[in-house]
Design a protein around this ligand. Structure first.
Ligand code: C2E
Ligand code: MG
Ligand code: MG
Length: 521
């Protein structure tokens, strides 16, 4: 049984033949010895006749030898088999993600390599996936929740794929899916929609309810691809774009993205000297009281006049400045500049300054802001610090303390872009706030869909409950302004009222007889 199991080839035949020969030789001898006549003569004949001796002894020796060789070979093969099994086990462990049980980066690279070696390699789609707000979940609800979320998410995504594709976790909240038999965007699209829908359906975990979502960058293995690095780079570029585009969970790679990536690299490099070269400047966009039509405050919006690329939007360079840490120095410059400008405006018109979460990591930042107020002579109540919900993913305790210190000194705090991020009621409860700014995407949609109109009303009700001022951003048309006025929202900002303007244009907006509401109508 053993022989058949471990030696399906010719091995068992060796052993069998060896044993048979070994058995036949002594039988021959016995036969000769027991042949009729004098047994001694038989024995004598056997020992004295070399031919007869050889006839018996040689097969026996050969049989024994064959048996030994067979047996040792068998043992060796068994050992090799065990080692191979162990090697496979080790490889399995090395290529598995211990948390979710799916393949890891190594497994993904091997699988992608295998697909690229195929003749028909262009039928594989590669999806780079990144979870939205994962860091936020980890920071606010703990790593246990983060882990449970990843496990539950993996299960859902696997179900969407069925047998069509394989999912791999590269680490953190980064995943890659290899979809077979998908060579066109039309073939991949339904999967992307299903994956996004599954991820954005809230998870009921043991630790509580978690809402998230995902971004997907898609590319295809191309005929001319000769390294997996090329393919993954394309998927990453598409993912980068998907993350930047609010509202679309997935993006297909386009060649232009590679050129843009190069441009990003140049921009990041040039950011280093932009501050010392005086290339930054601020524009100011008014926020009006809807009833009075008068400017209550102006939001300072950062711009960069790049020597060769022209004026670059903060949406492009602020994330790069955050990544490189340069936002600390740039952000200080913004506060200082905005305070020294706003003090020239008639009181009580205030100024709003956008602040990134990373800036709070600088322990001296709050003291710096208060120093700017002192130096400029601007009353603290005329300065509003605008933060988005992303700020809470930095270090919740640190941010809470910093905001509390600012408010204790009389500075106002606004929560910007509300409704796009986590939109947590808990944040409104826990963090000290003076103003809630409803994201401009609502202004765009509220006259189109009753859902968005209701949401705007709901957010207004929320601010009222927490006794926070409500401002709506992105008002571009008169019907939008009329609509929010009817809802009872106090303040509005948007292109209808005024686009962001240069500092020297601000006094014109602030002349006592100027009614921006009237100008807009
Ligand atoms: P934000 O704080 O939400 O600023 C409002 C953005 O909406 C501005 O874009 C403004 O030009 C734009 N906007 C205003 N009204 C309308 C409208 O009616 N329609 C449309 N479509 N857009 C409107 P901007 O200046 O490109 O700034 C983009 C974002 O960059 C800001 O969003 C803010 O998050 C960030 N940012 C700007 N300045 C700074 C800064 O000094 N520091 C930091 N950390 N971030 C900044
Ligand atoms: Mg803002
Ligand atoms: Mg905003």
């Amino acid at each position: 049984m053993m022989l058949r199991t471990f030696s399906p080839g010719s091995l068992w035949r060796y052993v069998f033949a060896g044993s048979a020969l070994g058995a036949v030789a002594p039988l021959t001898t016995l036969y000769l010895l027991a042949s009729p006549g004098d047994p001694w003569s038989g024995f004598h004949q056997f020992t004295s006749d070399p031919l007869l001796f050889a006839t018996a002894a040689l097969p026996a020796a050969t049989g024994y030898l064959a048996y030994q060789i067979g047996w040792r070979t068998l043992q060796l093969r068994q050992r090799i088999h065990e080692l191979e099994h162990r090697r496979r086990e080790l490889q399995e462990v090395a290529s598995r993600d211990p948390l979710t049980g799916i393949g890891n980066r190594l497994a993904m690279e091997q699988a992608l390599q295998a697909r690229m070696a195929k003749v028909n390699k262009t039928s594989t789609a590669v999806l780079a996936i990144d979870l939205d707000r994962f860091k936020f979940v980890n920071d606010t609800m703990g790593h246990d929740t983060g882990d449970s979320l990843l496990i539950a998410l993996t299960q859902r995504l696997k179900q969407v794929l069925g047998g069509r594709g394989e999912i791999y976790r590269l680490g953190g909240d980064e995943f890659v899916i290899l979809l077979d038999g998908c060579a066109t965007p039309q073939a991949v699209e339904p999967y992307c929609l299903d994956l996004a829908r599954e991820a954005s359906t809230p998870f009921e975990l043991a630790q509580g309810r978690v809402a998230t979502g995902l971004s997907i960058g898609v590319t295809f293995v191309e005929e001319e691809d000769d390294s997996i690095g090329q393919v993954l780079k394309r998927a990453d570029l598409a993912l980068y774009r998907a993350k930047a585009d609010f509202g679309s969970a997935h993006t297909f790679y386009e060649p232009l993205m590679a050129a843009e990536d190069l441009r990003m690299f140049e921009i990041e490099r040039d950011l280093g000297r932009a501050l010392s070269e005086g290339e930054f400047f601020l524009e100011y966009q008014p926020i009006i009281g809807i009833k009075s039509g008068k400017v209550r405050s102006l939001e300072a919006l950062l711009r960069w006049r790049h020597p060769s690329l022209g004026v670059i939007s903060p949406e492009v360079f602020v994330p790069l400045a955050e990544r490189s840490g340069m936002i600390l120095a740039i952000g200080k410059w913004v506060v200082q500049k905005a305070c020294s400008e706003a003090v020239k405006w008639p009181a009580p018109v205030g100024v709003g300054v956008n602040v990134s979460g990373d800036q709070f990591k600088d322990r001296g930042f709050v003291a710096y802001i208060l120093g700017c107020l002192d130096d400029s002579g601007l009353a603290p109540g005329r300065l509003t610090i605008e933060v988005t919900e992303a700020v809470f993913s930095v270090d919740i305790q640190l941010v809470r303390e910093s905001l509390a210190q600012l408010r204790a000194a009389g500075v106002r705090v606004a929560l910007d872009d509300f409704g796009t991020g986590f939109s947590s009621i808990n944040n409104l409860k826990v963090f000290p706030l003076d103003q809630l700014k409803i994201d401009r995407s609502f202004a765009r949609e509220m006259l189109e869909t009753t859902r968005d109109a209701r949401l705007v009303d709901l957010i207004r009700l929320l601010s009222e409950t927490f006794q926070i001022d409500t401002t709506i951003e992105g008002i571009e048309t008169r019907p939008q302004l009329d609509f929010v006025r009817a809802l009872g929202i106090e303040e509005a900002q948007g292109f209808l009222i005024s686009r962001p303007v240069a500092a020297d244009m601000v006094p014109d907006l602030l002349t006592p007889d100027r009614n921006l509401f009237a100008v807009a109508s």
